[in-house]
Structures are given as structure tokens and as C-alpha cells.
Design a protein around this ligand. Structure first.
Ligand code: DX5
Ligand code: ZN
Length: 230
């Protein structure tokens, strides 16, 4: 895999009272994307924020936004979240009831002018659920914890899905989200992941610049080995 590793701190773990400062802290640390977790209190048992806050974040940000929708009925919301001009808009395959419905959401994301359409799978959802969509997707988000909360433990068995995507020869972005830290990220990169979301492990660091640099160095070690190690 020659693609660069993207590091996406999740603002779910930031100090929301100082969100603009926190965005700048991640940018100064060398983050590639801001990962933005949108939760509706229905698809997941937690609630974060909606389009107005996302637009305020977009105005304050100077790196691209990677928006992870953990919401029911995503099709109804795509146009409004697209107004914040994210680089990536990802919805959950479990939030739609059929493959045609999933295709409709992917098409809506592209039609709204979002550069990258993504689909996410919960830990217990097989990757086969998204395989028919791969030709139309730019990113697959493999959840390595149950979505809803930061600070959970990484589930290594979920990486078989990243490996499967690479075995299929898929060249899109494979993103991993949940429990990614300096101890778990090498397994992610070895499995073929090239976008790493990390909330608590980055935002809890006093020196986020050092933490991002450490992530990059650890990822580079794996890339230098030049193969996907199981
Ligand atoms: C969880 C979110 C994650 C979360 C990750 O539902 O999708 O993006 O912020 O947090 P950590 O890295 O702390 O597991
Ligand atoms: Zn997320």
C-alpha cells in the first residue's frame, strides 16, 4: 500500500467549551482531517450535534472534515450535512434496509458535491454487506468498537474486514475508528487501513504534536515492512 496514512482526530474527545481552539490544536499537531461524529440518539444511544454546529466547525477548520453519520434515515439528511462541504460523508450500512437504498444514499452524497462517499460497518456487520457497493465508494469505515462513545477498547477481530477489502483488490480508503492508539495502530496499518481515526488517544495528550508524530512513525514502520501482516 503506497497511499499516505491519514490521521483524523475525533472531536468527540475534545473540550467542547473551546472547540475552535481544539480544532486549531489538532491542525497544529499535523492532523490530516477532523473526524466529526454525528449521533442522533436513535441509531446509537448517544447524541452529539447537527448541521448548524457542523457548519460552525467547518467555518473554524482549515483542514478537511471527515463526517461520520451515526443516524437513522441518512438519505433525508445528506443535503444538509453536505452544506458544510465535508471532504468525506460516511453513513452506516445498518441504517438503510436494502442495497438499493444504500446506493441511493451514495448517489445523494456524490450529487451533493461531496468529494468522497463512505459507508461504515459496525463490529458485527460482515464486510459482505458493503461489497456490492465498493465500485461506487471512496471510503469504507471499519468500526473497531460499537459506535456511540469514545474511549472504548479496540476489537482486533474487526481488522479481518480491512484485510478482506485489500484481498479483493479494493484501492479506496479503508478507515478504522474506535480504540486506535499507539498500541493498536500498527495492526490497523498492517491490515490495510490507511485512515486512522483517534479520539481519546490524541485529544487527551498534552502534546498532540508529539502524539501525531508518533502515530506517523509507527505507521511508517509497518509500511516500510512492505506487506500486510496478518
Ligand atoms: C465512536 C466514534 C469514534 C470515537 C473514537 O462511536 O465513531 O470516532 O470518537 O474515539 P476513541 O478513539 O476514543 O475510541
Ligand atoms: Zn467516528
Amino acid at each position: 500500500m503506497n497511499s499516505p496514512i491519514r490521521i483524523a482526530p475525533s472531536i468527540l474527545s475534545c473540550d467542547f467549551a473551546r472547540i475552535g481552539d481544539e480544532l486549531r490544536r489538532a491542525e497544529a499537531a499535523g492532523a490530516d482531517w477532523h473526524h466529526i461524529d454525528v449521533m442522533d440518539g436513535h441509531f446509537v444511544p448517544n447524541l452529539t450535534f447537527g448541521p448548524p454546529v457542523l457548519q460552525a466547525v467547518a467555518r473554524a477548520a482549515s483542514i478537511p472534515l471527515d463526517v461520520h453519520l451515526m443516524i437513522e434515515r441518512p438519505l433525508e439528511w445528506i443535503a444538509r450535512y453536505a452544506q458544510a462541504r465535508p471532504e468525506v460523508l460516511t453513513f452506516h450500512i445498518e441504517a438503510v434496509d436494502s442495497l438499493p437504498a444504500a446506493r441511493e444514499v451514495v448517489n445523494a452524497i456524490h450529487a451533493a458535491g461531496v468529494p468522497k462517499a463512505g459507508v461504515s460497518v459496525r463490529p458485527n456487520t460482515p464486510i459482505a454487506a458493503v461489497e456490492p457497493l465498493l465500485a461506487d465508494l471512496d471510503l469504507v469505515l471499519v468500526m473497531s468498537v460499537e459506535p456511540g462513545f469514545g474511549g472504548q477498547s479496540f476489537r482486533p477481530e474487526t481488522l479481518s474486514k480491512a484485510r478482506r477489502l485489500r484481498e479483493l483488490g479494493w484501492t479506496g480508503i479503508v478507515e478504522v475508528d474506535g480504540g486506535v492508539n499507539a498500541h493498536t495502530l500498527q495492526a490497523c496499518v498492517a491490515a490495510g487501513c490507511d485512515a486512522l481515526v483517534s479520539g481519546s488517544a490524541l485529544y487527551s495528550e498534552h502534546d498532540m504534536t508529539a502524539a501525531v508524530a508518533r502515530f506517523r512513525a509507527l505507521a511508517a514502520e509497518v509500511s516500510a515492512r512492505g506487506s500486510h501482516v496478518a
